[in-house]
Ligand binder design. Structure first.
Ligand code: RAM
Length: 390
């Protein structure tokens, strides 16, 4: 196991080196920035994340075959192991069960369940709907599951039902998109929100040589994770150096492929001089890439944001997307499952400073406000994308 972890670390060091070198190669547009790894504000792209040496648990597992992350509505697995594993009855409740991102996260949770002899189920709405998530929370509470791991469509709309679940002894972990902090014990965050927000603007600045009109194509206007990232995007854009990059609109595609596609076309029509779109959602960026290509604007309007390598691969090869960021959703689900089990067994309560082991990802410490951080975001591009399969 140790050797495997070491090998993964080495692979990631290699992959990061490729990112650094590759970032020069992917531009290739004749626009020359003095330093390709510096933002328009003159800071290192990725901030501390770029400088940090990757930890095994903090980085996408290169070469890992996670499949396409197929939808897993109603998926159940895991026979409780004799001798206590039966208490590890953990339900994942993603924003929706159609998005492949959550299918991949579920695979991670399922893998953790298999290692721990716990039970895994994933339930959730077909579209990203907070009211339906509340109904699922109520049902899971009646079923007396051990823990609920939820990615929230709305931080406040889910709060009361989660508090009711906690009052009945059910542990609550939010992952990916947080709920109100008093409605869960732990938030498993995929990466530092500030780094995620800033890195997307920094990449866009690199692609546009710090000039031009840009738009954001987000998910739903209530979603905790996207809203937090967008606030850091706006802050990054307010720094000296971005004076010639103007955010003209933030549009919402609701993490629905068709709405996201239509919003992209609307943006192209409304802003004829639009030079770039940042989409901090795997659903949005995929739909935007399709729309740009269908409208014959691929490579003309730059597109970046957060995407999965498998969904972005074709668009990276065609040049519509040159760089984008993410983490490994399977690692996120795996860590969320482990955090939930540690709460169930009483090893942790969600208090700052507690530490716990999370299998192949290693050791984690609970930070302020019950936050557990998976690791830094990672930049994918033409040079490295084929090393990833999720
Ligand atoms: C979508 C979802 C998810 C987000 C990713 C980046 O799949 O909105 O919550 O973390 O994009």
């Amino acid at each position: 196991m140790k050797t495997r972890v070491m090998m993964l670390r080495l692979l990631m060091v290699f992959a990061l080196a490729v990112v650094t070198v590759g970032a020069v190669g992917v531009r290739g547009s004749g626009m020359a920035l003095a330093q390709d790894n510096m933002s328009c504000a003159g800071e290192p792209i990725g901030g501390d994340a770029a400088a940090a040496s990757p930890e095994a648990g903090a980085s996408p597992t290169a070469g890992m075959d996670m499949g396409m992350g197929s939808p897993m509505a109603g998926m159940e697995m895991g026979t409780p192991a004799a001798g206590g594993g039966g208490d590890l009855n953990i339900a994942f409740l993603p924003k929706d069960v159609v998005n492949p991102y959550f299918g991949t996260a579920a695979q991670g949770g399922q893998g953790a369940a298999a290692e721990l002899g716990g039970q895994f189920q994933q339930v959730g709405p077909q579209t990203s709907n907070a009211a339906e998530q509340v109904t699922y929370i109520q049902t899971l509470t009646q079923q007396q599951v051990g823990a609920i791991a939820v990615s929230a469509n709305d931080p406040n709309a889910l709060a009361q039902s989660l508090k009711d679940a906690m009052a009945q002894g059910i542990k609550v972990v939010s992952f990916d998109s947080d709920v109100a902090p008093d409605a869960r014990q732990i938030f498993v965050n995929q990466a530092n929100a500030e780094q995620i927000g800033r890195i997307e603007v920094q990449i866009m600045g690199r692609l546009l040589n710090c000039q031009g009109e840009i738009a954001i194509l987000s998910a739903a206007s209530t979603m905790t994770n996207q809203n937090t990232w967008i606030s850091f995007m706006e802050d990054e854009l307010s720094k000296p150096g971005y004076e010639n990059m103007t955010l003209v609109e933030t549009a919402y595609g609701d993490d629905d492929p068709q709405i996201s596609y239509d919003k992209t076309v609307e943006l192209l029509t409304a802003y004829p001089d639009l030079k770039g779109i940042i989409s901090p959602t795997t659903v949005g960026i995929t739909a935007a890439a399709q729309a740009l290509e269908a409208e014959g604007r691929g490579g003309d309007v730059q597109l970046t944001g957060l995407g999965t390598p498998n969904q972005m691969r074709a668009y990276v090869k065609s040049g519509t997307v040159k760089e984008f960021a993410l983490w490994n959703p399977a690692d996120l689900g795996y860590l969320a499952y482990y955090a939930a089990t540690r709460l169930i067994t009483g090893e942790i309560t969600g208090a700052e400073g507690e530490t716990f082991e999370a299998g192949r990802l290693g050791s984690y410490t609970v930070g302020a406000n019950g936050e557990v951080l998976l690791g830094p975001p990672f930049i994918f591009n033409a040079e490295n994308i084929d090393q990833f399969d999720f």
